[in-house]
Ligand binder design. Structure first.
Ligand code: HEC
Ligand code: HEC
Length: 374
């Protein structure tokens, strides 16, 4: 996004090589007038209508089937967990834990993502290793440290349930397959939307919906705080990856099960030094590019008040802690992004920013209820 702003800024001078001083000057003035508009248009935006998914169109029957699967414990190997166990609608589609639980006797190694407004995103997981929701949905089912289910076995289990046979036939015109399980789960998850937040209404022109302190927070978010360098667009994410220098969570090393999960993930991602790994390499495990070491996806901030603890490893319990962290200019890491600098926010400014995050980004969130699972 910043690239395109730069291009627009350069065009008047460089592309045409004006020699007459006055015309260059006029153009420069015009560019100056336009820059703020361009920048604003590239920054925050109200939530647009749901995109269309031609490969997997939304239908009410498919969404309903996906909802059943989302709450069905058959998706886990030992029948103890459903997707909703870790993405609980009552707690903003997270589990409220720093590091997520997992299949009994094992532990996850990361914080459960809030699966809110994912229909607008195009990279999934903290490291972006899945590029579609259809693809993503089968990962936790198979994962040894999530649901630990065998997909051939799952297909046979579901084929024993007449309601599922009938529903798959109706929705897909065919039998139960793992791909269709993924498609139904994706369709359901795309209905988990938070919209009409005070920020959406403010951006749509209803200036009176934000209180003065929320407006102050908004101005810090888009100005002095530089938050919109990364948290921009309708979902407050640019879908890019950054190393902020978030400290390692000491509980990871302390818990042998979490450490085992980390080493296992690094091993199966082809990282040869996995045995001595003491950090979460983040995006590096996907790209193997050194510049992505410990880089994580910019998360959406919608419904942020509900989804703590925060960061990929749940290192911060409160938004106050997160704001302190950004105010310090992030953590210390040799690979930290140059976009973070100490902000010098006063206590009042920090508070206004917190109020903005908590109140202006809380919208009308769809809370899915538990269906009757066949
Ligand atoms: C044991 C807890 C657990 C279970 C069960 C679980 N998840 Fe997750 N989920 C997580 C964690 C932890 C992450 C973040 C993992 C990462 O990024 O490496 C995550 C990430 C996701 C994401 C990515 C969100 C984003 O913003 O990129 C989606 C989508 C998702 N899960 C959907 C599902 C679905 C669908 C199921 C059921 C098939 C499921 N999850 C089951 C813990 C769980
Ligand atoms: C350089 C890009 C960048 C900037 C600038 C930035 N963020 Fe973030 N933000 C991220 C990334 C990346 C993460 C996840 C980091 C991780 O888990 O290691 C994140 C995480 C967060 C989280 C936790 C979200 C969650 O679900 O756990 C909050 C809250 C947040 N940022 C708020 C802010 C605020 C407020 C500002 C401005 C003061 C800001 N961010 C500036 C990239 C950025």
């Amino acid at each position: 996004m910043t690239e395109s702003i730069d291009q627009k800024n350069e065009r008047p001078g460089s592309a045409h090589g004006f020699s007459a001083g006055w015309s260059f000057c006029a153009l420069f003035m015009a560019a100056l007038l336009f820059i703020p508009f361009i920048a604003m248009a590239e920054e925050l935006a109200p939530l647009p209508p749901l995109p269309v998914f031609p490969e997997n169109p939304q239908t009410p029957e498919k969404v309903e089937l996906g909802r059943k699967l989302f709450f069905d414990r058959r998706l886990s190997g030992d029948g103890t967990m459903a997707c909703a166990t870790c993405h609980n609608p009552e707690t903003g589609y997270t589990d409220g834990l720093a590091i997520s639980l997992s299949y009994p006797t094992t532990r996850n190694w990361r914080n459960a993502s809030a699966i809110v407004n994912l229909a607008y995103n195009d990279a999934f997981f903290w490291d972006g290793r899945a590029s579609s929701m259809e693809e993503q949905a089968l990962f936790p089912v198979m994962s040894a440290f999530e649901m630990n289910q065998n997909l051939d076995f799952l297909e046979e289990e579901l084929k024993e349930v007449p309601e599922y046979i009938e529903a798959f036939q109706k929705v897909f015109g065919g039998e139960i397959t793992r791909e269709r399980v993924g498609m139904a789960l994706a369709a359901f998850q795309r209905t988990i939307i938070s919209k009409d937040s005070p920020l959406d209404r403010y951006l749509a022109g209803q200036k009176e919906v934000l209180t003065p302190v929320q407006v102050e927070g908004y101005e810090i978010f888009t100005g002095k705080g530089n938050c919109t360098a990364c948290h921009n667009g309708p979902n407050l994410t640019n879908n890019k990856f950054y190393n902020l220098g978030v400290p390692e969570n000491p509980d990871v090393e302390a818990d042998q099960r979490v450490a085992a999960t980390r080493r296992f993930t690094a091993k199966v991602s082809g990282y040869s030094a996995y045995r001595t790994l003491t950090e979460d390499p983040g995006r590096y495990l996907v790209t193997k590019d050194r510049k992505d070491w410990k880089a994580f996806k910019t998360p959406s901030l919608r419904e942020i008040a509900r989804t703590g603890p925060y960061m990929h490893n749940g290192m911060f319990n409160s938004l106050e802690d997160v704001i302190e962290f950004f105010n310090r200019g992030g953590g210390d890491d040799p690979n930290k992004t140059p976009l973070l600098k100490p902000l010098g926010l006063s206590d009042d400014e920090k508070l206004a920013l917190e109020v903005f995050l908590k109140e202006a980004l809380a919208g009308d969130l769809v809370i899915a209820t538990m269906p009757e699972v066949p």
